[in-house]
Ligand binder design. Structure first.
Ligand code: B16
Ligand code: MG
Length: 214
């Protein structure tokens, strides 16, 4: 395996946890349409794009077929609630363990990037006061295909100026591990993604990254 020169981190579920905000915002949208929605359905939305998430929620919709325009409107409604909730985040929403590990990786000479499906990644990083922290940010605003397509990570490697095999993707979602593997990167699974068994490495905790790369 090639020597690792950079880490590409998924944002939601790895650097920070915003699922509770996604849940509250989707729930409000679903309630407005009389659609059943619960935590279990919310769980299926991890790492999935906004419009693909909406399609999953609409599996429980029983009314007249919805136009594309109406779907865009529903997604925009959810997003307006979500963005409002994101504004309550503070730098403390990124744990000390994550911050210390990132600083130590940087001290060891690794490049650090974000690879997130979210179009709201810039707002989240701003709330965490990490807007200028990463060497590159690839997110939902610069891709046409969402995870499990590798595009978001391939772009991150390009932004870093490194070949994919010298990058290690850190992900909490199976779709993200598939995207990293598909892009030719090494992958480290954390949280739920460990269960899929497809990561090059499995992490029990974020700081385990320091043992992968001495
Ligand atoms: P937005 P990640 C993903 O972020 C979330 O896990 C997923 O739940 C969300 O639907 C997706 O971003 C799109 O987010 O609506 O803000 O563009 O895990 O790839 O950092
Ligand atoms: Mg994630």
């Amino acid at each position: 395996m090639a020597d690792i020169k950079a880490f590409i981190f998924d944002l939601d579920g790895v650097i920070v946890f915003t699922d509770k905000f996604h849940y509250l915002a989707w729930k409000q949208m679903a309630d407005s349409m009389g659609i059943y929605f619960d935590e279990e359905i919310n769980h299926r939305l991890r790492g999935v794009s906004r419009m693909a998430s909406l399609e999953i929620i609409l599996e429980r919709y029983e009314g007249e077929p919805l136009s594309e325009e109406k779907k865009e409107e529903l997604a925009a409604y959810k997003n307006s609630i979500y963005v409002e909730l994101l504004r309550s985040m503070t730098p403390e929403d990124c744990s000390q363990e994550v911050r210390d590990t990132l600083d130590e990786l940087r001290r060891r000479g690794y490049k650090l990037a974000i690879g997130s499906s979210s179009k709201n990644a810039p707002i989240i990083l701003e709330q965490l006061e990490m807007g200028d922290y990463f060497d590159a940010v690839s997110d939902g605003n610069n891709i046409t295909k969402s995870k499990p397509d590798p595009e978001v990570f391939v772009k991150a490697a390009e932004f870093l100026g490194l070949p994919p095999e010298e990058c290690l993707v850190v992900e909490d979602a199976e779709a993200g591990i598939d995207a990293g593997n598909g892009g030719g990167m090494q992958t480290a699974a954390i949280g739920d993604a460990v269960n899929c068994g497809k990561g090059t490495y499995n992490l029990t905790t974020f700081a385990d990254l320091l043992d992968i790369c001495k």
